[in-house]
Design a binder for this molecule. Structure first.
Ligand code: SAM
Length: 213
C-alpha cells in the first residue's frame, strides 16, 4: 500500500461509520477487561482508535487520562467533536503508530484491529519496539485481532490472523499472557467475524523489579 494514510482518510471520509465491519455499539471485551485491571487514574492509549466508542465508554466510567492515536485526521476530527465536553481528559495524536515520537508512557495500551494490518515483519518489530518504549513497567497490552477462523482481509487490505501461540512468540519473553478469549463479532451487514482478544502484562524479573530500563 503506497499511502496508508490516504487510504484510511478516504475510508473515514466516505464510509458511514455505523456500517464499517468493526463497528461496535459498546466496547464489549475491551471495556470489561480494562475495568478489571486498571484504576480510574490509569493512563490509557487507544492505538488506531478510529471512531470507536471505547473512549466514550471509558470516560463514562470515570477514566481521566486517555490518549487517542489515529493515522486518519478525519477520524480524529470526528472524535474531537464527539468528545467536545471531555477534551481536558483526552490527548489526540494524529500519527502513524510506526512513527510515534512522544515521551509519555502508559499503564495500558489498547489495540483493536490495528496491529493485524502490519503484514511486514519489519513493521511488526517497529510496533513492538514502540509498545515497549511507551508502556510502563507492569503495564498492560490489550490486543484484539482477527482469529485464524476470521477474515483474511479488511478494508481491502491483507491482515495477519493471530492465535495465542503466534502472538506470544512474536511478542517474546518480555510479555506475560494474562488471558485470552474469542469473540464472534456481529458485522453490521448481518454476517459475523471471528476476533481473538489477548491481555498481556510486561514481565517483572526477580532482582530487577522492572524489565524496561
Ligand atoms: C479496523 S479499524 C479499527 C478502529 C478501532 N480500533 C475500533 O476498534 O473501532 C483500524 C483503524 O486503525 C487506523 N490505523 C491503521 N493503520 C494505522 C497506523 N499504522 N497507525 C495508526 N492508526 C492506524 C485506521 O485509520 C482505522 O481507524
Amino acid at each position: 500500500m503506497a499511502d496508508i494514510r490516504a487510504h484510511w482518510n478516504a475510508l473515514h471520509q466516505n464510509k458511514n461509520h455505523n456500517e464499517v465491519s468493526w463497528h461496535q455499539v459498546r466496547s464489549t471485551i475491551s471495556l470489561d477487561w480494562i475495568l478489571d485491571v486498571v484504576d480510574k487514574d490509569a493512563t490509557i492509549i487507544d492505538v488506531g482508535c478510529g471512531v470507536s466508542v471505547l473512549a466514550d465508554n471509558l470516560l463514562a466510567q470515570g477514566y481521566q487520562h486517555l490518549s487517542l492515536l489515529e493515522i486518519s485526521l478525519s477520524a480524529i476530527e470526528v472524535m474531537k467533536i464527539r468528545l467536545a465536553d471531555c477534551l481536558e481528559q483526552v490527548h489526540f495524536y494524529n500519527d502513524n503508530i510506526l512513527d510515534l515520537q512522544i515521551q509519555s508512557r502508559f499503564d495500558l495500551w489498547h489495540d483493536r484491529a490495528v496491529f493485524h494490518f502490519l503484514t511486514d515483519e519489519k513493521d511488526q518489530k517497529t510496533y513492538i519496539e514502540k509498545l515497549k518504549q511507551h508502556l510502563k513497567s507492569d503495564g498492560y497490552f490489550l490486543l484484539s485481532t482477527f482469529s485464524p477462523t476470521g477474515p483474511k482481509q479488511c478494508s481491502d487490505l491483507n491482515i495477519v490472523q493471530y492465535d495465542t501461540d503466534k502472538i506470544t512468540r512474536l511478542l517474546g519473553a518480555d510479555f506475560e499472557l494474562i488471558k485470552t478469549t474469542h469473540e464472534t463479532h456481529p458485522h453490521p451487514n448481518g454476517t459475523t467475524q471471528d476476533f481473538n482478544y489477548f491481555l498481556f502484562r510486561t514481565k517483572k524479573y526477580p532482582n530487577k523489579g522492572v524489565f524496561f530500563l
